[in-house]
Design a protein around this ligand. Structure first.
Ligand code: NAD
Length: 283
């Protein structure tokens, strides 16, 4: 079976630039595509900063830094994906946006191109309605920050072929990650467990059970979590957290997944966490 040599990552935000960085660092020729040219510039700066951090910590040499950045092509042109062995979609967590992109990609790409979504919670099975080759579609869920976190949650639908899964597992391993497989279900495993916990932590704060810092300390010191749930929510982005809670709420049609009103309010007020400079903490 041919290994993946060339990938195209759609969306150069928090996740997309991390995925491009790690793929390129492990010898994969990578094109990073965004509709926003300014965001591509920011992505390049972020990747260079993260490479510098790795260089300082002796994780990579200056040669590896140069080779990594040279393996990434930054572009706003969707047609650049035509020759890719695989596409990894990392655009916002909105079903309509992802469905449109997969429909467009399906028209452009060969019938052999693997189509992977980095969605946190959206049904891969529902997205399969928008592609021509359902057997090539899979979930490849990286964790934030991508250069640091080891897990890749690999999500198979009932249509995903064994060959597609095997190629994604091999690519993940070649990127020095640990792929773990699960079935397609709202929130998969990671966010079905994580997001209700974050939602509950926000509810505790809203009910004045404890202050932000106290809630995070309790979970860090008491449960050995490396980061408290409210700080983690800020890092993920409160908009992303709300989108995922909505997918769980609608997907299971169960009120136990109802997003708490403070989360909705903060998103409406533009308090999205680290990326806007203010969430539960100031940045
Ligand atoms: N943020 C996290 O911690 C995290 C973790 C795991 C998975 N995810 C998932 O990864 C995906 C991306 O999340 P993010 O936090 O990186 O989002 P983000 O908002 O930081 O970045 C999304 C980028 O996609 C670009 N974009 C929009 N439409 C596009 C298109 N049609 N083609 C190319 N680019 C397009 C935007 O300009 C933006 O730069 C989401 O599905 C999210 O649920 C996020």
């Amino acid at each position: 079976m041919n290994r993946i040599r060339k990938i195209c990552v759609f969306g150069s935000g928090t996740m997309g630039n991390g995925i491009a960085h790690v793929a390129a660092q492990h010898n994969v020729l990578t094109t990073l595509i965004d509709i926003d040219i300014k965001q591509l510039d920011t992505a390049k700066k972020n990747i260079l900063n993260n490479l510098d951090r790795q260089l300082k910590k002796d994780i990579i040499s200056s040669n590896e830094k140069e080779n990594t950045i040279n393996r990434i092509n930054f572009s706003t042109d969707i047609r650049e994906c035509i020759s890719a062995d695989m596409i990894i979609e990392a655009i916002p967590e909105k079903f309509e946006m992802k469905a449109k992109l997969f429909k467009d990609l399906s028209a452009f790409c060969s019938n052999k191109t693997i189509l992977a979504s980095n969605t946190s919670s959206i049904s891969i099975t529902k997205l399969a309605n928008y592609v021509n080759e359902k057997e090539n579609l899979i979930g490849m869920h990286f964790m934030n920050p991508v250069p640091v976190m080891k897990l890749v949650e690999v999500i198979n639908t009932k249509f995903t072929s064994k060959q597609t899964t095997q190629k994604v597992v091999e690519l993940s391993k070649s990127m020095n990650k640990f792929p773990v497989e699960c079935k397609d279900s709202p929130g998969f495993v990671s966010n079905r467990i994580l997001m209700p916990m974050i939602n509950e932590a926000i509810q505790c704060f809203q009910n004045e059970v404890a202050k932000v810092d106290a809630i995070d300390q309790i979970m860090k010191l008491g449960m050995s979590h490396p980061m408290g749930p409210l700080q983690l929510a800020d890092f993920i982005g409160l908009d992303v957290c709300l989108d995922i809670m909505n997918v769980l709420y609608e997907g299971f049609n169960d009120k136990k997944y109802k997003p708490c009103s403070l989360l909705i309010e903060m998103v409406n007020d533009g308090l999205l966490g680290k990326k806007t400079g203010q969430g539960f903490y100031k940045y």
